[in-house]
Design a protein around this ligand. Structure first.
Ligand SMILES: Nc1ncnc2c1ncn2[C@@H]1O[C@H](COP(=O)(O)OP(=O)(O)OP(=O)(O)O)[C@@H](O)[C@H]1O
Ligand SMILES: [Mg+2]
Ligand SMILES: [Zn+2]
Length: 267
């Protein structure tokens, strides 16, 4: 019988009369019974199967990498954040260990709907840490969106109620939502209402979210009015506070210890 994959070294096994591969010495033919008649058909020898499996693995790997690139382009629309990855961490910020552990234990965090509240002074590395987590989680194949409250408020300000609801629902299509800079809404009642809508929608979805803010933990725990309390209460319930200012770092341990999520973040 004709065999397009036959090689010069292939041979016919004298006992079975079947064609064997000259490389791996396993059969390239097998016998089957069809309507009471025995027929000899082609099959794959071990080295052919191995080659196909390797090609399939490579194809899947290429597909996975392409998917991750697409996920990253969606997750980090601000190109400046593309450079913020754990391998660029200079090791100077002790709080980064919690960010590492959050990403490392992402599947547990996701299951628990556990988020983080990265709070601290200007330039203390909150956005850096959040973007590192965004990278690491997309690399695990999950859709992430990292945006900031300024951008979210801008988007919502032009929308009518139905579009707003659609927009809020679209944020919940991401397994992890990271929103930078809570606090920009401080002085506007309208903006506060929009921030409440975003936070409440995420809160109700039970999906994890990460918030960064320049507000202090005390300000978040003792909001000045009900409008702020409605937002901060939800954030504090779902997001473990991590202090991004080494001076106040120890002070924050009390809050860390109280949180159930803390045990996953401390190595
Ligand atoms: N662990 C780190 N390793 C390397 N570079 C870092 C690290 N943390 C922060 N940086 C760098 O420091 C700068 C300030 O960090 P970042 O923007 O994250 O601060 P921030 O806390 O978000 O500040 P703001 O409150 O003003 O938003 C950035 O340029 C960032 O690249
Ligand atoms: Mg920032
Ligand atoms: Zn073979």
């Amino acid at each position: 019988m004709s065999d397009s994959t036959a090689a010069a070294s292939d041979y016919t096994d004298p006992t079975s009369g079947l064609l064997y591969c000259g490389l791996c010495h396993t059969p390239k033919e097998c016998r089957i019974h069809v309507f009471g008649r025995e027929r000899t058909i082609c099959c794959s020898c071990a080295c052919e199967l191995e080659r196909w499996n390797a090609e399939e693995t490579e194809r899947q790997q290429c597909e996975r990498l392409a998917r991750i690139q697409r996920l990253k382009a969606t997750a980090l629309q601000n190109k400046a954040l593309w450079a913020y990855t754990f391998d660029r961490d200079n090791g100077s910020n002790p709080a980064m260990v919690y960010a590492h552990n959050y990403a490392k234990r992402w599947s547990t965090m996701r299951e628990k709907g556990a988020g983080l509240l990265l709070w601290g002074g200007v330039g203390s590395g909150k956005t850096f840490a959040a973007a590192c987590i965004a990278h690491a989680v997309t690399e695990q194949g999950y859709p992430v969106l990292m945006t900031n409250f300024g951008k979210v408020l801008n988007s919502l300000s032009d929308m009518f109620s139905e579009d707003k609801n659609r927009y809020l629902a679209s944020l919940n299509e991401f397994d992890l939502l990271i929103i930078d800079d809570l606090g920009v809404e401080r002085n506007s009642e309208y903006a506060l209402e929009q921030v409440y809508n975003v936070v409440d929608s995420r809160y109700l979805s039970r999906l994890p979210f990460i918030i960064t803010t320049n507000l202090s933990l005390d300000e978040l725990k003792q909001p000045k009015d009900l409008a702020h309390a409605r937002i901060y209460d939800r954030v504090l319930e779902r997001c473990t506070p991590i202090c991004f200012s080494s001076r106040n770092y120890r002070k924050d341990n009390a809050a860390m210890n109280k949180s159930e999520t803390a045990k996953y973040l401390i190595d």
